[in-house]
Design a protein around this ligand. Structure first.
Ligand SMILES: [Zn+2]
Length: 72
């Protein structure tokens, strides 16, 4: 155990987005995480991308939420 599970995403602090879509021309794609790399800011410690932890508890909570949604 102890593996950090989650996903990398573009940093909202240093990537310009228009209506939620990041301009592909302005920011390079990260070769490993396949997300746009921003110019770097305090939010991402200059990396341009941020890590969103996704725990088993989160997965379970989402599963239960989805199940409740289906009942409606
Ligand atoms: Zn940033």
């Amino acid at each position: 155990m102890g593996n950090s599970v989650g996903y990398w995403d573009s940093c909202s602090g240093c990537t310009d987005s228009v209506d939620g879509y990041i301009s592909h021309r302005l920011f390079p794609i990260h070769p490993k995480h396949h997300v746009h790399v921003g110019s770097g800011c305090d939010e991402c410690k200059g990396k341009g991308i941020v890590f969103h932890p996704f725990t088993k508890a989160d997965a379970k909570a989402f599963e239960e939420w989805a199940r409740e949604e289906c009942k409606r």
